[in-house]
Write a protein that binds this ligand. Structure first.
Ligand code: MSP
Length: 629
């Protein structure tokens, strides 16, 4: 069996976890879940980096000992990971004895191999980065370029690690392993940094009150980054070379934000080279999240209100949005209005409605899931697309392209929505076409089962809900077509993404563009400005019924997202009321109200009108109320 070891950074517990840390952890969780799905033996580590100066300071501010403070903070992280459905195998703390002993052993190995020596260090230090700032980065103001906080001047006798000795080996390694650092832009940045020359690094701090003592000089504390990086091995049982350590080291993926890639891609591998240990296979650095275009900042009060958004939309919508919206290596701007739009369009409309519609038709027409006895047009195409989706997904996950991975799955979701339309399955209930109806519904449910498997690493709660509603008692993880038993009893189907009406909804509507200048009229043409006066909107038919004494008319109730309307439409000769319910249509929303055969009509439904009458609709469903231009 293949193994897969993935890690997040261990986070400083000097404050509550925030959306940036959640982002890294969710991405690592997707990888862990995906590899479990593929049958790999997975180990997923996350945890806290407790010996930081900022932790010591935060404890002092609270009047607690650093250890008591850490004991108080660790549960905040565990609680958030539970809420976000993180499937880690270990929550590791660097104040654990396992870590302390392992970190000391690691340092002894570096020392025994001749790569640790004593020297004098002086320079500007950023306590937030826990790093000396290089000459190149130093400004006249002596401010940390990342944190914008004043630097401290430090002078001390320190132990040093011979990082410079590994410069050439690091260069060779990165050149020979093009996938070692992801994304390529980060790799190039690191290569440039390496080529400009590496200096030895100070790895001890004299007589600090908080940290792990040097094994061979207890007056010194191990520099936090050295001990922190070693957590990836100490957590596995490096100290006693446990079976777990031998199974999982080296790590497959160290996942992190871009700011700490250098520690992981240069310092950590150099130490491992010194200790003659294998290097992690990939260092994956994502971009930073901003909020409405601004960097997150505690001091300036710019933060992402995860709690509110998860409470409003649910944890899966939050996970989905983070991974679908941003390209993983780049910075991404978090906007609640976009989360709202994705919730409505991708989750509630594309996926949620598909499930509801198919379950509704099965319930109405069959006792249990029908057997696929009657193949027909489009079936082979659907099956081929299912396999192609599985294959493409694998490629995207290997490239950490989570957004493309989700888009690939959603192309399949939308294809199944189209399959329902193309086969007009709701019209097939007559005895002679019922076997075909059963087959189309079976195929749609099997597609939904497969979709639930593919989405399970990203939105695991939803995946389970879908399989339960289909009637599977245990989660079936097979990503292959044709597994669905034909006799399951499906449930009534609660909406998996119920409508959310929030203040965001208004903002999520496309903004009206400024009116262009009036153009000169010619006889048969309307001006753009006149056309702009039409308010065309996406709506859904809620109910439809005949109007007494008017054979051509139907009375419809439609939902425009923000309001419901009654509309009269002259389509009764072409559509039966049942086939209209649930359909998305385009309506002229600002037409003067009219009374037709004593029935009020507040809008008009668009349709192609010739020998036949065919309702106008969008190629794929969109949020209700979307403007059509
Ligand atoms: N303790 C070190 C890591 C040691 S690993 C051996 C550390 N901790 S941290 O708590 O400051 O940050 C952890 C992670 O959060 C980093 O990957 C960082 O990139 C990420 N983020 C912090 N702010 C972020 C955003 N605004 N957006 C995305 N990720 C962000 O560094």
């Amino acid at each position: 069996m293949s193994t897969f070891y993935v890690t997040t950074p261990i986070y400083y517990p000097n404050g509550e976890p925030h959306a940036g840390t959640a982002y890294t952890t969710i991405a690592a969780d997707v990888l862990a879940r995906y590899h479990r799905l593929k049958g790999d033996e997975v180990f997923f580590l996350t945890g806290v980096d407790e010996h930081a100066a900022n932790v010591y300071d935060a404890a002092k501010d609270m009047g607690l000992s650093p250890q008591a403070y850490c004991d108080k903070m660790a549960p905040a992280f565990i609680k958030l990971w539970e809420r976000l459905n993180i499937s880690h195998d270990i929550f590791f703390r660097t104040t654990s004895d396992l870590h302390k002993r392992g970190a000391q052993k690691f340092l002894n190995v570096l020392y025994d191999n001749g790569d640790v020596y004593k020297g004098k260090y002086e320079g500007y230090y950023c306590p937030s980065c826990e790093e000396f700032i290089t000459e190149k980065e130093l400004t006249d103001e002596k401010i940390c370029p990342d944190h914008q906080l004043p630097l401290q001047w430090l002078e001390e006798e320190n132990y040093f690690f011979r990082l410079s000795k590994y410069q050439d080996r690091l260069l060779t390694h990165i050149h020979e392993h093009p996938d070692f650092v992801y994304p390529p832009a980060r790799r190039n940045e690191l290569l440039n940094f390496l080529e400009s020359g590496l200096q030895d690094v100070s790895i001890s701090r004299a007589s600090l009150p908080w940290g792990i003592p040097f094994p061979f000089d207890p007056e010194h504390i191990i520099y936090i980054w050295i001990e922190a990086l070693s957590n990836y091995m100490t957590a596995l049982g490096y100290e006693i070379e446990s079976e777990q350590y031998q199974t999982f080291w080296p790590a497959d993926v160290h996942m992190m934000g871009k700011d700490i890639a250098r520690f992981h891609a240069l310092l950590w591998p150099a130490m491992l080279m010194s200790a003659n240990l294998p290097l992690p296979k990939q260092i994956v650095a994502h971009g930073w999240l901003t909020k409405d275009g601004e960097a997150l900042s505690k001091t300036r009060g710019i933060f992402i209100d995860m709690d509110m958004d998860i409470t409003t939309y649910g944890v899966d919508a939050f996970r989905y949005y983070l991974l679908r919206e941003f390209s993983f290596g780049n910075d991404g701007d978090y906007r609640p209005t976009r989360l709202h739009a994705r919730y409505n369009a991708d989750l509630a409309n594309d996926l949620g409605n598909l499930l509801n519609r198919v379950l509704g038709l099965v319930n109405k027409n069959f006792e249990a899931i029908p057997a696929p006895t009657t193949p027909g047009e489009f079936d082979d195409e659907i099956k081929e697309m299912a396999q192609a989706t599985v294959d493409k997904l694998d490629e995207h996950i290997k490239a950490f392209a989570f957004d493309a991975a989700l888009e690939t799955i959603w192309e399949f979701v939308r294809r199944i929505n189209r399959y329902i339309q193309q086969t007009q399955v709701w019209t097939l209930a007559k005895p002679e076409t019922k076997p075909r109806m059963g087959t189309v519904l079976y195929n749609s449910l099997e597609a939904l089962r497969l979709i639930s498997v593919l989405i399970s690493p990203f939105i695991p709660e939803t995946a389970e809900k879908i399989q339960k509603q289909i009637g599977l008692s245990e989660f079936d993880t097979t990503a292959e077509w044709g597994r669905l038993p034909a006799d399951l009893t499906v449930s009534r189907g609660e909406p998996i993404f119920p409508r959310v009406d929030t203040k965001h909804q208004k903002q999520a509507q496309p903004k009206k563009t400024a009116k262009p200048k009036q153009q000169k009229k010619t006889t048969d043409l309307v001006s753009f400005a006149d056309f702009q006066k039409l308010d065309l909107r996406v709506a859904r038919v809620l109910t439809a019924e005949p109007i007494e004494g008017a054979d051509r008319l139907l009375k419809l109730q439609v939902d425009l997202g923000t309001e419901k309307r009654q509309v009269v439409a002259g389509i009764a000769e072409h559509y039966t009321p049942e086939t209209l319910v649930g359909k998305q249509v385009i309506i002229v929303a600002n037409l003067e109200p009219a009374t037709i055969r004593n029935v009020e009509s507040h809008g008009m439904i668009l349709a192609g009108s010739g020998d036949a009458v065919v309702l106008a609709t969008l190629e794929t469903e969109m949020p209700l109320g979307t403007q059509v231009k």
